[in-house]
Design a protein around this ligand. Structure first.
Ligand code: EPU
Length: 420
């Protein structure tokens, strides 16, 4: 297994181009199953999760061609049963449930398990399908769903920790070809949902309100092929903005959408980081004096859970005490023990991490546990004195396109080596 070796202490400087959003790409790719006609998706990031999803589409019978960030899919004839070992490997693959139900009125998908960041239930996805008239049974690790006809209805997708992103995507896709009108209450408001609705509408769907808590879908008889450009990755943008900030450098991010990052930019500003925003650019300048701020993760437009770990590194550089509260996933603090190896002073109290910042970090051998934790460890390595070795780097390749290449272009001393 490869690892990343980072020699810290260099302020990042220069420009980086932000890739298309992984979390928009996965549901968009699933949506191509909704039509027999060819769909084209552009600006797809070159990531292992995206390649996995392409294999899943193929295993369902679709013809798939991927060429330099452009994916062409023709799902002329598909089956409701794919390669289940493949589907089980990636939680994001649950978003094939909605399109399969919509197109075939039946689906069998493996039940995703929990993961290192906490329980990952799909009760709300299943509730939404039932509210459209599906019969669902979970047996031997699989969800079996079927319906004589899917029929529009009212559904409420708010859970204990707020709305569900992929659950909203699934119900929107199932409702697109259902009979009648569906109203999703407490829908997820993430930009990835609005992007999915834009693609579905280009395919001929009738969806309004996406990006707000109430989404209305008037079912149509058929959908056609469409050509769509994936939105920029807001989590990758935030990660590079924070990489600039924690190294005291100045970076310019191109091909991004700062409007999708208002909560992160607000907190970075409160912490003393200076930045300028354009429509598709974000320029981060070194802070004169960093300050600690408190953070609570929330559904969009609140502070994203996917940036919590990276923001913690900025708080380690900021003198004072910061309370970081995780409200979306129950155990998304796996990075804390690894950061402690680098000298971080953090204690966990229930859903909160109490970060005592302003102490120097020193390089260490650390282990990545999930995608965003890996990103945080890389940031910490660049902000630390000495050499950091981040092991199990395959997590990072699931969600960050060419992260070592992009950071090297910004002046970081980072290299990929085969692990022990
Ligand atoms: N939840 C339920 N029941 C459900 C579904 C979710 O209780 O049926 C709970 C979850 O346990 C969690 C909360 O609702 O507490 C939010 O989960 P959500 O369903 O919104 O998460 P998701 O759709 O499975 C996507 C992203 C995650 C991101 C979350 C939250 C993709 C492929 N994944 O997951 O991304 O953290 O939304 O924004 O889009 C990542 O990229 O590192 C990542 C984990």
């Amino acid at each position: 297994m490869d690892c990343l070796v980072i020699k810290g202490g260099t302020p990042l400087k220069g420009e980086v181009r932000i890739s298309g959003a992984k979390n928009a790409a996965l549901p968009l790719m699933a949506a191509t199953l909704l039509t027999k006609e060819e769909c084209v998706l552009r600006n797809l990031p070159n990531l292992s999760d995206v390649r996995f999803m392409a294999q899943i589409l193929e295993s369902l019978g679709a013809e798939v061609q991927m060429n330099r960030g452009t994916l062409r899919v023709r799902a002329k004839k598909i089956e409701g049963y794919g390669d289940y070992d493949l589907i089980r490997k990636m939680r994001g693959s649950i978003c094939i449930l909605g399109p399969l139900m919509s197109r075939l009125n039946k689906a069998k998908v493996s039940m995703p398990g929990g993961c290192v960041i906490g329980a990952r239930p799909i009760d709300l996805h299943l509730k939404g399908m039932r509210d459209l008239g599906a019969t669902i049974r979970v047996e031997a690790g699989y969800v079996h769903a079927k319906a004589a006809t899917l029929t529009g209805g009212e559904t409420f997708l708010g859970g204990r920790c707020g709305p569900t992103v992929l659950g909203t995507a699934n119900v929107m896709m199932a409702a697109a070809l259902a009979k009648g009108t569906t109203v999703i209450h407490s829908a997820a408001c993430e930009p990835e949902i609005a992007d999915l609705a834009a693609f579905l509408n280009a395919m001929g769907a009738k969806i309004s309100g996406a990006g707000s808590p109430t989404v209305t879908i008037h079912g149509v008889r058929r959908l056609r092929g469409a050509d769509h450009r994936v939105i920029p990755d807001r989590i990758e943008t935030a990660t590079y903005a924070l990489a600039g900030a924690v190294t005291g450098g100045g970076v310019t991010l191109r091909n991004c959408n700062p409007a999708h990052l208002s909560a992160v930019l607000d907190k970075m500003g409160e912490a003393g980081v200076r930045f300028d925003t354009g429509r598709t650019t974000l320029r981060v300048r070194p802070a004169k004096q960093l300050r600690s701020v408190d953070i609570t993760t929330m559904p969009h437009a609140g502070f994203p859970t996917d940036v919590q770990a990276q923001m913690m590194v900025l708080m380690l550089k900021s003198p004072g005490i910061s309370i970081i509260t995780e409200r979306i996933f129950e155990s998304r603090f796996m990075h804390v023990n690894e950061l402690a190896r680098m000298g971080a002073d953090i204690s966990i109290e229930g859903p909160s991490a109490i970060v005592k910042g302003g102490h120097p970090l020193s390089g260490a051998d650390v282990m990545a546990s999930d995608l965003r934790a890996s990103a945080a460890l890389i940031l910490a390595g660049m902000a630390a004195k000495g050499t950091t070795r981040v092991n199990r780097v395959y997590h990072i390749d699931r969600g960050y396109e060419n992260i070592d290449g992009k950071l090297r272009a910004l002046g970081a001393d980072i290299s990929r080596e085969p692990g022990q």
